[in-house]
Design a protein around this ligand. Structure first.
Ligand code: HEC
Length: 452
């Protein structure tokens, strides 16, 4: 992912991103505060964790508009349209008493956040256009991430790639959008726009209906969402904040989604509602990849903090931590019974270790190649190498993979059992698809509109 981009590609990406914030800031100062755009993101990120069905502190809930209008234990009206002074929200978020102030036990809202809420209440606290019972995230504006190019002038490095359940389509992370293309030939089928600048991870749900997306811009903004795969509309909001989200994975049965971010946090969400169920002990640096065990009980996370961690996905408790790479760890996957993990790091080593142990059982290296991305396949796993080779390793002989050779740097891999196909994404924007058995080329294309 990040680490796989060369300095030139990074500079190009950054120059494109840096034009955005000034324009956005100016615009929001001029417009009247809007519930979905200005208020809901604050509530989702800073309040909802303690005020929803499963956890209603002060017997107050905010999971829908109908709920947030009703007073909790205090009996004070939370929001009085047109009158911030009479609205209990303003009292709770501006209180000088840290014992009392909301978010309870957290950093206070910023002056800008408080002003957005105040100005929205002052303007009449308008909450129109959706059913009052809809989840709060339904109010989030789609398309707020910026406009995707009609025609691309430069290809985008492929950081995220995932097959549809039936193998016929491939979703690709582009600039501010996800492109859905035909596996055979790469014909563009649809564009799912309205996302943050960079798409860092994608996962198609096992039932084929939804796409989980992690995206954002480092140090600025991030968002993890669940979209309807058919038209890109929002199904559920998972997580957002002031830094990029970097990893997203459905549990094998599709009932939960794990999300990882540059803040080091791995959270597990209910796939139907997007509600956060648990957070794992955080890494001290970016989470770079996540994977579930086949039984859905455990999660493994690889991080820039040089560790790989295994945790219980239900309780969030740490199970084990592996530090032998001594360098940034790009990716990790479990074997079939989840007794072993394979991980790859900036030390240019692929290491297989036991969850119960702390040392490498097998170490493999492939010249100078860094293996920056990984995904499980039956009896083994795929890796993407900076030497341009996509490899299919079997657990029996990790050192002797089948090779899918190409030029450039491989930055992403995907697998579909339908027809047993391997997809590789490359830094120069190419996507190549092979048959897993004979390593025969099936198709090769760049998916971006305007780029041949
Ligand atoms: C870490 C948990 C937590 C977070 C996050 C949190 N709250 Fe609370 N909230 C509480 C608790 C606990 C109470 C009960 C009152 C108390 O103990 O101070 C409460 C009470 C309230 C009440 C009073 C309900 C009533 O009528 O009695 C309001 C309103 C409220 N919170 C709003 C917010 C808002 C707005 C945010 C986000 C900016 C927020 N809360 C974030 C824990 C939290």
């Amino acid at each position: 992912m990040e680490a796989a981009l060369n300095p030139l590609a990074k500079a190009l990406l950054w120059s494109a991103f840096c034009l955005v914030p000034a324009a956005v800031a100016q615009e929001s100062a001029m417009r009247k505060a809007d519930f979905g755009r200005d208020v809901v993101p604050i509530l989702l990120e800073r309040c909802l964790g303690c005020h929803q069905e499963s956890k209603a502190k002060g017997r107050y809930r905010m999971d829908s508009v109908a709920q947030l209008r009703l007073a909790g234990t205090s009996g004070e009206v939370p929001v009085v349209p047109g009158d911030p002074g009479a609205s209990s929200w303003m009292h709770w978020i501006t209180s000088q008493d840290p014992e009392e102030r909301m978010p309870k036990d957290g950093a206070p809202l910023t002056a800008d956040e408080i002003e957005r809420i105040r100005s929205w209440i002052q303007g009449g606290a308008v909450m129109e256009g959706k059913s009052a019972d809809a989840a709060l995230s339904a109010w989030l504006p789609r398309g707020a991430g910026g406009v995707a190019p009609v025609a691309y002038r430069h290809p985008v490095p492929i950081a995220a790639l995932t097959f549809s359940g039936d193998g016929s389509e491939l979703a690709v992370g582009a600039f501010r959008e996800v492109l859905v293309v035909e596996t055979l030939g790469g014909g563009l089928k649809r564009r799912l726009p309205g996302l943050p600048d960079r798409i860092t991870a994608l996962d198609w749900s096992p039932d084929g209906a939804s796409l989980a997306v992690a995206a954002g811009s480092p140090g600025r903004q991030g968002e993890a969402v669940l979209l309807h795969a058919s038209d890109g509309t929002l199904r559920a909001w998972l997580r957002g904040g002031a830094d990029v989200l970097t990893a997203v994975r459905f549990s094998p049965d599709g009932s939960r989604i794990a999300v990882g971010g540059a803040d080091g946090v791995v959270s597990v969400h209910d796939a139907a509602s997007g509600t956060r169920r648990v957070a794992l002990p955080p890494h001290s640096d970016w989470v770079l990849s996540l994977a579930w065990s086949g039984d859905g009980k455990r999660l493994v996370s690889a991080s820039r903090d040089r560790t790989v961690r295994v945790a219980d996905a239900a309780s969030g408790e740490a199970v084990s931590s592996f530090t032998e790479h001594g360098a940034v760890v790009f990716a990790a996957e479990f074997n079939v019974d989840a007794g072993r993990v394979v991980s790859s790091g900036k030390d240019r080593r692929l290491r297989v270790w036991e969850v119960a142990g702390s040392d490498s059982k097998t170490v493999a290296s492939f010249g100078d190649a860094e293996l920056t991305s990984m995904v499980s396949v039956p009896d083994g796993f795929l890796t993407a190498g900076t030497d341009g080779v996509v490899r299919r390793h079997s657990w029996k002989s990790v050192q002797k993979p089948r090779e899918f050779r190409s030029a450039g740097r491989a930055t992403a891999v995907a697998w579909t059992s339908v027809g047993e196909r391997v997809a590789g994404g490359f830094q120069d924007g190419w996507i190549r698809i092979w048959t897993a058995g004979e390593a025969a080329s099936v198709s090769e294309f760049r998916p971006f509109p305007g780029i041949r």
